[in-house]
Design a protein around this ligand. Structure first.
Ligand code: BMA
Length: 349
């Protein structure tokens, strides 16, 4: 700190001017500092966390976590991943007026795997929901644990009672996928996370009909040495803001004590979402509380759903905490936008 004060002192009292590069350097350090403070305090955990856990379930289960979330006219809907007592997952609907309390939970699995099929042999996991404007329907992308490894499947629904199961979108190994709510240049776009040569980067692909996928390209890569250096994957559905698409993602760091799952964000171009405009250097949410640090898998914050309340301007992120319960963290949308615009611009990710 003293170092910067001295520069300020000389700059204001000396007749000798500092080189512009020194001033720019100082300004950048100060901006980084402000941004780090913003990142640290951006999200507030709901004091009633965890909002849902196995003991709340109307039937016996091991754990509930990683829920898709969407705001409807009469409240918030979660499609939770539920692990049964055999270790297989299915998806179950939960609804609440305020998105925090008094959850009405389906009394049986809403979407159960066809365990006899190759595609869904070992269960359904980690859904994401998006409203497809053109179709007037919801698209649910979820992980089917197939005999060949995890892959991404698609289901379409109008009402969350009946589902058109469209099958596998791409071959395994693939996870962490969500569609955008509309087309770009006539094509749908899918963010997903295939494993290629053992590398876990985030990809984006496009399709004219939600069935045939192409134009596969890497959207963003893991960052060596950073908190997201080992693996990254999409978190929740893309959120449209005036500056572009706000996309949260999880990053994994390997430590001597195990892996740590945290959440960061990127800003994508509004018309060409395959272009990353900015990426957070800091994580915005990571395991801190006991319910995030202790569970079936320690030290996991795994966001899979988001809602935005237009009246309060609050963003809610729904996440799996330590792989066995559901929690929520909230932030003011204007603060998130301000933070994103302070993040460094991406050249090519
Ligand atoms: C990922 C996924 C998630 C899980 C996370 C942390 O690979 O399998 O379902 O929450 O690991 O264990």
């Amino acid at each position: 700190m003293a170092f910067f004060c001295r520069i300020d002192f000389y700059r204001s009292r000396c007749t000798v001017r500092l080189p512009v590069s020194v001033c720019q350097f100082r300004d950048r350090i100060m901006a980084d500092n402000i941004r780090e403070h913003l990142a640290h305090d951006l999200f507030r955990r709901y004091e009633g966390n965890p909002i849902l856990e196995a003991k709340d379930w109307p039937y016996p289960v091991n754990s509930v976590f990683n829920p898709a979330a969407i705001k409807l006219s009469d409240g918030t809907l979660l499609l939770a991943r539920v692990e049964d007592l055999r270790g297989f997952s299915h998806l179950t609907l939960c609804k609440s007026k305020d998105g925090l309390t008094n959850w009405q939970i389906d009394d049986k699995p809403t979407m159960e795997a066809d365990h006899g099929s190759h595609e869904e042999r070992w269960g359904l996991e980690d859904p994401r929901i998006v409203w497809l404007e053109e179709q007037g329907q919801f698209a649910i992308t979820y992980v089917s644990f197939s005999e060949g490894g995890p892959l991404v499947s698609l289901a379409i629904t109008k009402n969350f009672h009946t589902f058109a199961r469209m099958g596998a979108m791409l071959p395994p190994e693939d996870k962490d996928a969500c569609l955008f709510p509309r087309r770009f240049n006539g094509r749908f776009a899918l963010i997903h996370r295939p494993i290629v040569r053992g590398e876990a980067h985030i990809w984006i692909s496009s399709s004219p009909d939600l069935k045939h996928w192409g134009d596969h390209r890497v959207l963003m890569q893991t960052r060596t040495g950073f908190w997201d250096g080992q693996r990254i994957g999409l978190a929740c559905q893309p959120i449209e803001i005036p500056e572009g698409w706000l996309v949260f993602y999880h990053g994994v760091r390997a430590t001597a004590a195990g892996q740590i799952y945290r959440i960061g964000a990127v800003l994508l171009d509004i018309e060409q979402p395959w272009n990353v405009l900015r990426r957070s250097e800091e994580w915005l949410l990571g395991p801190r509380m006991d319910y995030e640090r202790i569970g079936d898998v320690s030290d996991v914050v795994f966001v899979t759903g988001a809602t935005v309340n237009k009246e309060s301007n609050m963003l809610y992120l729904y996440y799996g905490a330590a792989d066995d319960k559901i929690a929520v963290a909230m932030a003011d949308m204007d603060a998130v936008r301000e933070y994103m615009m302070m993040c460094p611009e991406s050249k090519s990710d």
